[in-house]
Design a protein. Sequence first.
Length: 234
Amino acid sequence: MGLGHPGGTAVIRVVLADDQALLRAGFRALLDADPDIEVVGEAADGDTATQVVREQAPDVVLMDIRMPGTDGLEATSRICADTGLAGVRVIILTTFELDEYVFEALRVGASGFLVKDTEPAELLSSVKAVARGDGALSPSVTRRLIEHVGRHARPAPDPAAAAGLSALTPREREVVALVGEGLSNDEIAARLFLSPATAKTHVSRAMLKVGSRDRAQLVVLAYEAGLIRPGWLA
């Protein structure tokens, strides 16, 4: 996190990566207007984005998935695979909610995604959520994402992903499956007749045991391990 305000709260440092200068300017104006957020770098392609992120080590990267040359998917993969950037979280920016590359971006480590016409308040809250370690994935979008993209991304469970669930208790596996369906902690609590605090604890413990960076990674794991599959969701 950044150095913070005089009052002690940390400022969230953000890098913007998009090949459209006008769009970057709009995002910068919106983000910099929030006292809790500071834009510390910009990039117009994936190579530059990776370089700027390595130089600045921001908290959050807003990454356009479609850029000339090295695209956002490859840049996200490089950033998330770099152990020196373990604290950096990537939010994918896309024009379409069901972009064919979004699931792959989540698989390689992105913490969520937003469409470019997202409401300003949602953009700001998503940046703050991801900086806290949460994922930027709304339940409804998660369901559509798995339905539409998932059926093309992996037709059968991944044995390695399934093996990664071995440390989970039966209840934790159940909770991970519900996270994969796109349920919030409150919805999981209602489904399993638990308190919201208990549901949150189960999610947190599951993330720790399987090594998920955030909630978005649990969604990917649940799909890849076969806990949920396309066609199962209403």
